[in-house]
Design a protein around this ligand. Structure first.
Ligand code: NDP
Length: 426
């Protein structure tokens, strides 16, 4: 990992050379990184409808991640400044404290069949439960290769819910071990195949037959523990910083307006990794926010407290419907590259890594917010973004950004005026 020292100070070309060596990238893979459109137009045209071009994003590397005693270089694709920097600094602090600990449950996705107009919910429930084995077998028949991989449909549950008009809904959950895939298509196929048999058993009509994105049977949990000493700043004691971070968590726990921002900070890191790995970030977003509201009120996803020794303890559990195969993973060259860069070997490992990035982002943001405030760290990248928005060319960006910071005028108008002055002098 020494090769990555002061990575942020290197040029893009130098960084690529370091990465190529570290991840043993072949020429084709290096070419993907060097191009602004690693995804070919031909592939893109087969991925979605009405394709007209490629939308590119920066790919950065989060440094210093130590999770379950393994070091990771974390690929992150996103447009927002400061997230990668926060990742590297937060991970460094956590690594200095022994790193992150992570676990992941066995991964079961949930498929739902909603049955309407069921005449007797109690009778229907008994019949469905009595036919459990047969129903699971029907589901597995719809995607037999999954069982051959050691997965497949493994359980079935019956739930009811009341509509606003007090109508009882009859819902069947099919639990499917999707192994290394996210499993949406597999589960959707299974529940669609299962629906006719459920209609016969319940005497009802199948309406919705689709995966639930609240995948609370496939979660990952990460924790970290930091000494107060490591949290101290030049002007604040570690105990003070620790207590302020806990107070910030308590604010998010008590106030939904803060909880939304607390959680957005966590998703900043999570989405960026999910994107880099070619996974479905909408699925992870939906799962995470639904999980945060599972008690009936929307809560912070992470928790911060202090233990008996006075250490700051951070915890994060989230549903992680991530995949190692399937979807666009085998299609987008950067998704394959990300696996190689991060040296991740399975969906479970990816789930823990993604969660660890979320908690790291959270720590970095909370620490900055309770100490110097978020803007100081953001300023230099924000100034560069403003310079680019105002039309600065590659040779002008640094100079314009420096002017904006020094003059404390972080706005596009000031940037435009300064660019005009610069150009008039030429
Ligand atoms: P795929 O349809 O791509 O299925 C996964 C594929 O991976 C299968 O063809 C399977 O092969 C193959 N595979 C290879 N190795 C393994 C392994 N070890 N374990 C499991 N599968 C393996 O994707 P998913 O079913 O995972 O669906 C994900 C996609 O569905 C995403 O693109 C998502 O955006 C989208 N989606 C999401 C929805 C939602 O979130 N609500 C709804 C609908 C779609 P084999 O067939 O031989 O088993």
């Amino acid at each position: 990992m020494e090769a990555f020292d002061k990575f942020y100070k290197k040029t893009v070309e130098e960084r690529r050379a370091v990465l190529a060596e570290y991840a043993n990238l072949n020429e084709e893979e290096q070419a993907f990184l060097a191009s602004t459109g690693a995804l070919s137009l031909d592939k893109a045209n087969h991925m979605i409808e009405n394709t007209v071009g490629i939308y590119s994003l920066p790919l950065g590397l989060g440094m210093n991640m130590l999770l379950n005693e393994k070091k990771y270089v974390v690929p992150m694709a996103m447009e927002e400044p400061s997230v990668v920097a926060a990742q590297s600094s937060g991970a460094k602090l956590i690594a200095q404290n022994g790193g992150m600990k992570g676990t992941a449950t066995d991964r079961k996705m949930i498929g739902q069949v909603e049955l309407i107009n069921v005449p007797d919910v109690h009778v229907a429930k008994e019949k469905v439960i009595a036919s459990r084995e047969k129903l699971i077998a029907i589901a597995n028949g719809a995607h037999p290769s999954l069982q051959k991989r050691g997965g497949g449909a493994v359980d079935l549950q019956v739930r009811t819910a009341k509509t606003v008009s007090e109508e009882t809904l009859f819902i069947v959950h099919l639990l499917v071990d999707t192994k290394e895939a996210m499993g949406a298509n597999m589960v959707n196929t299974m529940v669609e195949t299962l629906a006719p048999e459920l209609e016969i058993l319940t005497d009802g009509t199948a309406n919705m037959r689709i995966l639930s994105n609240l995948v609370d049977e496939a979660t990952a949990t990460v924790t970290c523990r930091l000494s107060p000493l490591s949290l101290a700043t030049k002007t604040q004691s570690g105990e003070w910083v620790r207590d302020r971070i806990i107070a910030a968590y308590e604010f998010a726990d008590a106030d939904i307006y803060r909880a939304a921002t607390h959680n957005k900070g966590i998703m900043n890191g999570i989405d960026a990794v999910i994107m880099a790995f070619g996974n479905d970030w909408r699925a992870v977003e939906a799962a995470s926010h639904a999980y945060a509201a599972r008690t009936g009120s929307y809560k912070p996803m992470s928790k911060w407290s202090k233990d008996r020794q006075g250490y700051l303890v951070g915890e994060l559990t989230l549903p992680m419907p991530v995949a190692f195969v399937g979807g666009s993973i085998g299609i987008h060259p950067i998704a394959s590259l990300s696996k190689k860069i991060a040296r991740v070997e399975s969906a479970k490992e990816l789930a823990m890594l993604v969660c660890a990035v979320g908690l790291t982002q959270n720590l970095a943001a909370l620490k900055a917010l309770v100490t110097e405030g978020i803007q100081r760290g953001h300023m230099s990248l924000q100034a560069k973004s403003l310079a680019m928005t105002a039309g600065a060319n590659a040779h002008e960006i640094e100079q314009v950004a420096q002017f904006l910071q020094e003059s404390k005028q972080l706005n596009v108008m000031a940037a435009k005026a300064y660019i005009a002055t610069l150009r008039s002098k030429k």
